[in-house]
Design a protein. Structure first.
Length: 294
């Protein structure tokens, strides 16, 4: 009984005693449910670094919103969405009219966006404001931010339900999809749009530098536990939720920044998946199971 009480005090009591801990957990769970499935699709389409590029691309828009209205949820969200979509369109345009590939175009724009956003925030704010924009404040989520995360998650899940079949087909054979249907471009830009939406929502909790971590790292880990798409989506979401809870609790007891601790928790689960995963985990590859003799 003493051990159970200690575990309860360690894991559950902080959420029972403090409302800001419960808000952080609810917001992180909502973000995991919406963002992790998008991360799986980006991973399967070999667009993992696109998520990172888009996370940086939203910074100047959010910074402009900050210049006009301070730490305003509405202005910073609108600015981030506009900046993310503009960068995606510009990268696509550069890819079509120049010799650069899409990854190079996105990389160039996200580096420019990151530098420009930092400068814009620094024009008005302090170092504290800059850290808030870059790394978020998951322990300070208010009702409006939680509502934004809930809306983002709902839109993402409904969109994936509608576009699921073309998205799956494009992951398997994009050339065939473009041959038999006109939905290839739609599915491509839909994934980018949903990625931007979730990154902008996650920006308020984890900041521009870390929001992509909760989207992509659980997706990478899920690849070592399942070979089916629905399995990877479910496992990635569970890993995202688990790493969120662990990160918040560890941050509370250790006094570390909450956002980075959440991503480090996801990273730890990713490393464990590499070692012990049921699909090509290193342990199983080094010590394969014995097959039944005929």
């Amino acid at each position: 009984m003493t051990n159970l009480a200690s575990i309860f005090d360690l894991l559950i009591t902080p959420f029972v005693d403090f409302a800001f801990m419960r808000r952080a957990l609810v917001g992180s769970i909502a973000l995991s449910i919406g963002a992790c499935p998008i991360g799986v699709f980006l991973m399967l389409r070999r667009m993992s670094l696109v998520g990172d590029a888009m996370a940086h691309a939203i910074l100047p828009g959010a910074a402009l919103g900050y210049l006009f209205a301070g730490l305003s949820l509405g202005f910073m969200t609108a600015g981030g969405l506009i900046a993310g979509f503009v960068v995606a369109l510009l990268a696509g345009l550069v890819t079509r009219v120049t010799v650069l590939k899409e990854d190079a175009a996105l990389a160039s724009f996200y580096l420019i966006s990151l530098a420009g956003g930092v400068v814009l925030v620094s024009l008005r704010g302090s170092n504290v404001d800059l850290l808030h924009v870059l790394f978020g404040s998951v322990l300070a989520l208010d009702d409006n931010t939680l509502m934004l995360l809930a809306v983002s998650t709902t839109v993402s899940l409904l969109s994936l339900a509608v576009l699921f079949r073309p998205l799956v087909l494009e992951c398997v054979d994009p050339l065939f999809l473009r041959t038999v249907s006109k939905s290839g471009s739609l599915s491509h830009f839909s994934v980018l749009a949903l990625g931007v939406l979730n990154l902008v929502a996650g920006f308020h909790a984890l900041g521009t530098l870390l929001s992509v971590g909760l989207m992509m790292v659980p997706a990478f880990a899920s690849r070592f536990w399942s070979s089916t798409l629905d399995g990877m989506i479910a496992i990635a979401t569970l890993i995202g939720i688990l790493s969120s809870g662990l990160g918040i609790v560890i941050s509370y007891h250790a006094g570390t920044p909450t956002g980075p601790t959440i991503i480090l928790s996801a990273g730890a689960l990713y490393l464990l998946s590499i070692l012990f995963g049921q699909k090509n985990g290193l342990i199983l590859r080094l010590w394969p199971r014995k097959h039944l003799a005929a």
